[in-house]
Unconditional design. Structure first.
Length: 446
């Protein structure tokens, strides 16, 4: 007997995921759902004092680096207004703490329009700017259009002072005996920047502060204390949970060193301190009570069987790594065909994987003190790297990301992004209805 073809409609009906999209109006999209503020206890669907979930668009560091003439964010206010139109109420951004302290910051060209695949942080010209003024401008536009800001930092090389040039530069590894000095110094840079951002009204829009994007991504390759434990560097898409208690203790130390001074500085504003994860982690064992939020990242690739793996290898022309420059070497049409077919074939398994991962994450949020952290999702739902090119279809990617969001909408997450590519850099931004319907569902779910 043949198995009937899988239907997204049947899946959603069977999953009983809250209310249908047809019941959502434009008024409901911007209104708060019936939930009370969460404080630091995971009760209801509201995020802290906002009385609503956060619908998050991850603008990362690109909002600044592509704000030059001709860049995707050149008309920054228009982009903020577009985010609101697409149903987002929060932008996750790098606020460049170390560059806020500079009078002028240089950024060199790293991207050729029409020749290179779209990338995060793309800069089609070399330019300089006053970052403090840019961050203040972004906050003012968010105030005008009713959006909040999640304040993060990707610029680790600049923050640690080992590579003061362009964003994306890495920091030098340092010895175990030097870790406390390095991370407390890192925190003090944040504190100096936060004082200025307070003067500029930026903190009025802040819904969290995350000291460092994807802490394990940096720590695994730069801390001697982890290298001595033979902990291998990790990358996006990690779904296997480590049970190394000594590893967790290292993260607990550095996260506290990074966060303690920041937490004290924004105590008057009561801005939550967020931990930016990389994958499956023992979150509660890696944090102290100064933290309030865990930012869950989930970006595994499509599931492939042996035959599909062989076809994908052929489409990738022997290229082993997934980065934008390498992906340009793929047979992109073949890649798209294989990816879409695999996604459709393994669709129930992929959604089950997303469900199981996020349910498991919610079980690891209670600190030894008994404090329960709130959970948000800002990088989702996979894969991390995707070639935005006319030969590559977005269809099954959009099905998967949209339905994965609907799966987690039934869980106690205080906020979520819809996709790692849901920003003006990518052509996915040109489908406003897809963004709006996903965010409407997530905000209205209860």
């Amino acid at each position: 007997m043949k198995t009937p073809p899988f239907s997204r409609r049947h899946f959603l009906k069977a999953a009983s995921l809250t209310l249908p999209l047809s019941a959502v109006s434009a008024t409901q999209l911007t209104a708060a759902p019936n939930a009370r503020a969460s404080g630091s206890t995971r009760t209801g669907r509201g995020y802290w004092d906002k009385k609503t979930r956060l619908a998050i668009s991850m603008w990362d560091f690109s909002w600044l680096t592509a704000s030059h003439p001709g860049g995707a964010y050149e008309d920054l206010e228009r982009r903020v207004a577009e985010a609101k139109e697409r149903g987002y109420n929060t932008l996750r951004v790098d606020c460049f703490p170390s560059r806020v302290l500079e009078a002028e910051s240089p950024f060199e060209k790293n991207w050729e329009p029409g020749a290179d695949l779209p990338i995060w942080g793309q800069r089609s010209v070399t330019f300089t700017c006053n970052v403090r003024k840019k961050v203040a401008q972004l906050a003012e536009y968010c105030r005008k259009h009713g959006l909040w800001l999640g304040l993060d930092s990707w610029d680790k090389g600049h923050m640690f002072g080992s590579l003061p040039g362009n964003i994306g530069g890495d920091a030098k590894p340092f010895a175990e005996s030097d870790e406390e000095r390095q991370f407390t110094r890192y925190a003090q840079i944040w504190v100096k920047a936060l004082k200025l951002l307070r003067e500029d009204g930026v903190l009025e829009r802040a819904v969290w502060i995350a000291p460092m994007n994807e802490v394990p991504h940096f720590a695994g390759g730069h801390l001697a204390s982890l290298a001595n434990l033979r902990v291998q560097p990790k990358n996006e898409g990690e779904t296997k949970l480590s049970k190394n208690q000594k590893e967790d203790a290292v993260y607990r130390r550095i996260n506290h060193w990074m966060g303690e001074a920041i937490k004290a500085e924004v105590a008057r504003e009561k801005i939550p301190l967020s931990y930016s994860s990389l994958g499956a982690e023992n979150y509660a064992q890696r944090l102290t009570d100064i933290y309030d939020v865990v930012d869950i990242h989930f970006m595994p690739d499509v599931i492939l069987d042996a035959q599909e793996q062989k076809a994908m290898t052929a489409a990738r022309h022997g290229v082993k790594s997934f980065h934008f420059a390498e992906m340009a070497k793929f047979d992109l049409k073949a890649f798209s065909t294989v990816w879409d077919a695999a996604c459709r074939k393994h669709y129930p398994a992929m959604l089950n994987r997303a469900r199981d991962y996020h349910q498991s994450a919610l079980q690891r949020l209670t600190l030894p003190s008994g404090k329960t952290l709130d959970a948000i999702i800002t990088e989702s739902f996979g894969p991390c790297f995707w070639p935005d090119h006319p030969l590559v279809s977005w269809d099954w990617y959009k099905h998967y990301n949209g339905d994965a969001l609907r799966v987690v909408a039934a869980m106690d997450f205080k906020g979520s992004s819809l996709s790692n590519y849901a920003e003006p850099l990518f052509t996915l931004w040109q489908d406003p209805a897809w963004h709006w319907t996903g965010n409407a569902y997530f905000l209205s779910a209860s």
